[in-house]
Design a protein around this ligand. Structure first.
Ligand code: MN3
Length: 251
């Protein structure tokens, strides 16, 4: 399982494309292609539908940094809900077209947002869970990602400080995401806005942190900064480096 998440051809590539696709009525045709636009790992879809990928570790594997109950709820309830919501919205859009009823703009807007929101949730959670591991070890500063961060942020510590500040500054629900932006070749950190807004079309998330309250509140309550600090202990840098190398190679 863990190996499959690091395979180049299975990496999440076009989350923004999914999000943007969800804003147009004809989006569901895109999802019928053999290769899903989300570039989700094979565990993320099956037989023309999106499915919940199993975690590559147990729910208690990230203790004490993230508790088992949070992991179980986050994966089996929250992530599952995004998968179900995405499938449901795509079917509803298809049925709306088939019915050939007068266009209801409010209904279409709602379904479009459902696709975008849930596709973002599915893709981001899949990538997030696949880049966590207890005792994963430090980033190799001489490796591809280590070198890039050193050149672009001066140091790994400076990058981490920047990323942590973005995560801490998320208003309401959202994510901090470090993207590889392919035109400028830069690693850019943004906050996601829920899980489908303020993304960078064409860019690939390589490191991401969910700061929705469901991701940490059972253990950390209002102390999001403590959660962010603890999370750095379980970043699977080898997996993050793999994501970076894979997407950079597609430039
Ligand atoms: Mn979440």
């Amino acid at each position: 399982m863990a190996d499959s998440f690091s395979r180049r051809d299975l990496l999440t590539r076009t989350v923004p494309a999914v999000a943007l696709a969800g804003t147009v009525l004809g989006a569901s045709e895109l999802f019928a292609q053999d290769a899903p636009p989300a570039g989700l790992p094979a565990e993320g879809f099956k037989d023309g539908k999106y499915v919940l990928p199993p975690l590559p570790y147990g729910y208690d594997a990230l203790e004490p940094h993230i508790d088992a109950q949070t992991m179980e709820l986050h994966h089996s309830k929250h992530h599952q809900a995004y998968v179900d919501g995405l499938n449901k919205a795509l079917v509803a859009l298809k049925e709306a077209r088939a019915a050939k009823e007068p266009i209801n703009p409010d209904k279409l807007a709602g379904l479009s947002r459902d696709v975008s929101f849930n596709a973002g949730g599915h893709a981001l959670h899949t990538a997030f869970f696949s880049t966590l591991k207890k005792d994963a070890g430090a980033l190799e500063t001489g490796g591809p990602l280590g070198k890039a961060l050193g050149e672009q942020y001066d140091s790994l510590d400076a990058f981490k400080a920047h990323f942590s500040a973005v995560a801490a500054g998320v208003k309401g629900s959202g994510w901090a995401v470090a993207w590889y932006e392919p035109i400028g070749g830069q690693i850019v950190i943004t906050d996601s806005g829920d899980q489908d807004n303020r993304m960078i079309p064409g860019a690939t998330p390589i490191l991401l942190l969910d700061v929705w309250e469901h991701a940490y509140y059972l253990k950390y309550q209002n102390k999001r900064a403590d959660y962010i600090k603890a999370w750095w202990n379980i970043v699977n840098w080898a997996a993050v480096n793999d994501r970076y190398v894979a997407t950079r190679g597609k430039k």
